[in-house]
Design a protein around this ligand. Structure first.
Ligand code: PLP
Length: 464
């Protein structure tokens, strides 16, 4: 028995399923989750002393690589001054200012005020409550396959762990709550127009992942977000742009920053975007952030127009609070991470994403495995099978298409790489996360393991 197997067996006695977040279980790929004991740079080391090149990056936060010395020093200094005061600290304002300064592009700065919370779930949950309080409306619209954390209103047809476990919804969410969330197919502006027409004056907000990355990566059609903003605003509702995953990862101003500066669009560029009827730069009313802004510590945020944000208590009537909100140690990690995540870091992450996604695609093609490379900036994943594609982007464009893929090919592919010392997300429905710490040796380790992994994916059949 390996040390990870022993630890997993022990954990399963005291922890449901042996994990504190279902995405860590190897339910869809089989086998035993590796128990990690340390991480540095591009690598994680498990309890058996095996070192892996890490393409999970703590599910997003570790954009600089693990345990960056300057982030660790900032955390140590903050911890030495006290772990939590339950009172305001100067760092919270500095972080709010840093976020505001970053979410600026094409001459607009849609984040005027910021509230810090501890998890992405809290950020989106609060954004929804705020949108309802501000508009005085009850209904919420989300897209199938998007994941916004695990608050009751947002679990319907959600991606991430629910996609992996094939759970369309969660038990324990009341029918009344579920009925107030309307779920639409992604990338369909017609569906958005129809839902507003069917529920006039009742929809408080549409929430969307800035670029979907919890059903594998499914980028919005060029111009989709801008046109969505237009429809939402025409109907007096708020647009909540969930950048918990994409924010500060795909670029300094997140996916929104890439889009409004024209850097996310393919060959057709901004003209395609305008053809859909949206205007650039579009302005979401609220943004949610997490992951990278905490640098690996529990920290998340929501931000947006001052008029909306000032509906939060103590100024306004919408209540939200947190014992550990804006925790000084987490804030120190976030400030250090944002300071270090400069243009050079984004260039490195973009380049690593290009190298790895091309190498994977080449290896799969060499073995005749039909697939689509799903990319949104430096986020990427692979969907197995043949897809019709959309008019502007190939590959699956909706949750239904993603679910229809040959997902049985992922488990043998995953395990071949794991055995070769490469740690991937244990689900075909998750994005791969690269870090700026991936050096040539780490990339070479991944690339050299790919032919075997692709062979394993080619050999398996649905019946296996
Ligand atoms: N929103 C998005 C887009 C996410 O990817 C996630 C987590 O993966 C969340 C919200 C929830 O964040 P957390 O896990 O910190 O609660």
């Amino acid at each position: 028995m390996t040390e990870s197997e022993a630890l997993y067996a022990r954990a399963a006695v005291s922890i449901p399923g042996g994990v504190n977040s279902p995405v860590r279980a190897f339910r869809s790929v089989g086998g035993t989750p590796r128990f990690m004991v340390s991480a540095r740079g591009a690598h994680v080391t498990d309890a058996d002393g095996i070192e892996y090149v890490d393409l999970v990056s703590s599910w997003g936060p570790a954009i600089l690589g693990h345990a960056h010395p300057e982030v660790v020093a900032a955390v140590q200094e903050a911890a030495a001054r006290g772990l939590s005061f339950g009172a305001s600290t100067p760092g919270e304002t500095e972080l709010a200012e840093a976020i505001r300064a970053r979410i600026t592009a094409a001459g607009v700065a849609p984040v005027e005020k910021v509230r810090l919370v501890s998890t992405g779930t809290e950020a989106t949950m609060t954004a929804i409550r705020l949108a309802r309080g501000f508009t005085g409306r009850d209904l919420l619209v989300k897209f199938a396959g998007h994941y916004h954390g695990h608050s009751d209103s947002l679990l319907a047809e959600a991606g991430s762990g629910l996609a992996t476990l094939a759970m369309p919804a969660s038990a324990g969410v009341t029918a009344a709550t579920a009925a107030q969330t309307l779920v639409l197919p992604y990338n369909s502006l017609d569906a958005v127009r129809e839902v507003f027409a069917a529920h006039p004056g009742q929809i408080a907000a549409v929430i969307t992942e800035a670029a979907a990355a919890n059903m594998g990566v499914v980028a919005p059609d060029p111009g989709f977000n801008a046109a969505l903003a237009g429809i939402v605003h025409e109907n007096g509702a708020l647009l909540v742009m969930d950048e918990v995953l994409t924010g500060f990862r795909v670029g300094p101003a997140g996916w929104w920053g890439l889009e409004v500066s024209g850097r996310s669009f393919g060959a057709g560029g901004l003209d395609d975007a305008r053809d859909l009827g949206g205007e650039l730069p579009y302005q979401p009313d609220l943004f949610t952030f997490g992951k990278v802004i905490g640098g690996g510590m529990p920290l998340a945020a929501l931000g947006g127009r001052a008029e909306v944000m000032d509906y939060l208590a103590p100024v306004g009537p919408v209540y939200q609070a947190g014992t550990l909100s804006g925790n000084p140690v987490a804030v120190a990690a976030g400030l250090a991470t944002l300071r270090l995540a400069d243009d050079e870091v984004y260039a490195k992450v973009d380049s690593a994403a290009s190298v790895i996604s091309k190498a994977v695609s080449d290896a799969l093609s060499a073995e005749g495995v039909a697939h689509s490379v799903q990319r949104a900036g430096n986020l990427f994943s692979f969907a197995f099978g043949e897809f019709a594609g959309g008019p502007l982007i190939g590959g699956p464009r909706t949750y239904a298409e993603v679910q229809g893929q040959e997902s049985f090919r992922y488990a043998p592919f995953f395990h071949h790489l794991l055995d070769a010392g490469v740690s991937l997300p244990p689900s075909v429905f998750e994005a791969w996360f690269v870090s700026a710490a991936l050096d040539d040796a780490a990339l070479e380790r991944i690339v050299s393991a790919l032919p075997g992994a692709a062979r394993s994916a080619a050999r398996v059949s649905r019946a296996d």
